[in-house]
Ligand binder design. Structure first.
Ligand SMILES: *Cc1c(COP(=O)(O)O)cnc(C)c1O
Length: 367
């Protein structure tokens, strides 16, 4: 598709309209989902060549799917509305209703998908305790059903885990390989929820393709740290993606001139090169925060573009006030655990103000 060369060159000549709309997320640490399309992305969207994606004639969607598959060295990819839809389509395409799926109990699929696995894929989730969400192959193996022909027994169809995990940990390629070998022995599909896979790759000093090598399917989000307004990719074999495409239709996810959004996704894929920079900014800021007496940074989780930390008892409320006073967006701590996400819209000024807010909160604590 040679069209990518022209993308963005068409619109607004002679009009007073500007694509330079400042991001409202410049001071919002709550999540990387808040990132907003920048001028380059908005220009690409405005100039996108489109077709009907259900008929598979949208050239921009096709280009995005080809590009995503190529980046992960996988046969095919499917453009979907969300990571949740990608994960659910993976379970649907790799199992049958009544099958079992083995996964760490802290997974997005377990906690943040509104029980979609029960409602849509109709599978039984067999969760396991896993420190920071990193699966132990011995535990996985102990949970695999060995007698699927027994009429009492569910069949284990899928093992899935996250990389990076929701707890901020990484799964090393060697461990991924062990899990893949184990699953292969039992003919079980391996799905990796790589919502932030390019951040995992940057943090591990490898490529997303090297991580995807140990999976049968992978989802990743365009709409998080990569900056796209909407969208995720599900990648896998050609057959698998065709099954997922069919399921996407019956879920109501067949979309038409989706190239307008896919154009943003193509720009987002190029933004993957920024992952290392945001990881570095997060690590540097974590270091500055850790220097403030009372601020306990959880270094074992300091792997990607997120900072996890705890404050001494009773100080959460004070920090909340200090952040609000500086108009710094944040989620309240979850069971005492704070998470600050350093994404591409966060300015260096906001990072500095976060450190100042922390110092102010903990100074009050010492009084
Ligand atoms: C964000 C995320 C998803 C998908 O979220 P959507 O909001 O549905 O796009 C899936 N898995 C993990 C680990 C995530 O962080």
């Amino acid at each position: 598709m040679k069209r990518s060369i022209e993308r963005g060159s068409r619109p607004d000549a002679g009009s007073s309209f500007s694509f330079d709309i400042p991001s409202a997320a410049a001071r919002d640490f709550s999540s990387d989902t808040v990132t907003q399309p920048d001028a380059a992305m908005r220009r690409a969207m405005a100039g996108a060549v489109v077709g009907d994606d259900v008929q598979r004639t949208d050239p921009t969607v096709l280009e995005l799917e080809n590009r995503a598959a190529a980046l992960l060295y996988m046969e095919a990819a499917l453009f979907v509305t969300s990571g949740t839809m990608g994960n659910q389509l993976a379970l649907i395409a790799a199992s049958e209703p009544g099958c079992e799926v083995i996964l760490p109990d802290s997974c997005h699929i377990v906690i943040h998908e509104a029980a979609a696995s029960a409602r849509l894929a109709q599978v039984q989730l067999r969760t396991m305790a896993a420190p920071l969400g990193v699966p132990d192959p011995d535990v996985v193996e102990s949970l695999i059903r060995l007698t699927p022909e027994d009429i009492h027994s569910p069949r284990t169809a899928v093992v899935t885990y996250e990389n990076p995990t929701s707890d901020g940990a990484l799964v090393a390629p060697s461990l991924m390989e062990d899990l893949a070998r184990l699953a292969g022995r039992h003919r079980i599909h391996v799905h990796v929820d790589g919502a932030r896979i390019f951040h995992a790759a940057a943090a591990l000093g490898t490529s997303a393709a090297e991580l995807a090598r140990h999976a049968d399917s992978v989802t990743f989000c365009l709409s998080k740290g990569l900056g796209a307004p909407i969208g995720s990719m599900l990648c896998g074999s050609r057959n698998f993606i065709e099954r997922a495409r069919r399921a996407r239709k019956w879920l109501g996810g067949g979309w038409r001139q989706a190239g307008v959004i896919a154009a943003a996704g193509l720009v987002a894929l190029e933004n993957r090169h920024e992952a290392g920079r945001d990881i570095e900014r997060a690590r540097r800021t974590a270091g500055e925060l850790a220097n403030i007496a009372g601020c306990e940074v959880l270094w074992e989780r300091q792997t990607i573009n997120m900072i996890f930390l705890r404050l001494p008892g009773g100080q959460d409320e004070v920090l909340m006030q200090e952040l609000s006073a500086r108009r710094l967006g944040h989620y309240p701590p979850e069971r005492g655990l704070w998470r600050f996400v350093v994404h591409r819209d966060i300015t260096d000024e906001a990072l500095g103000d976060l450190v100042v807010a922390m110092a102010a909160a903990l100074r009050q604590a010492r009084r």
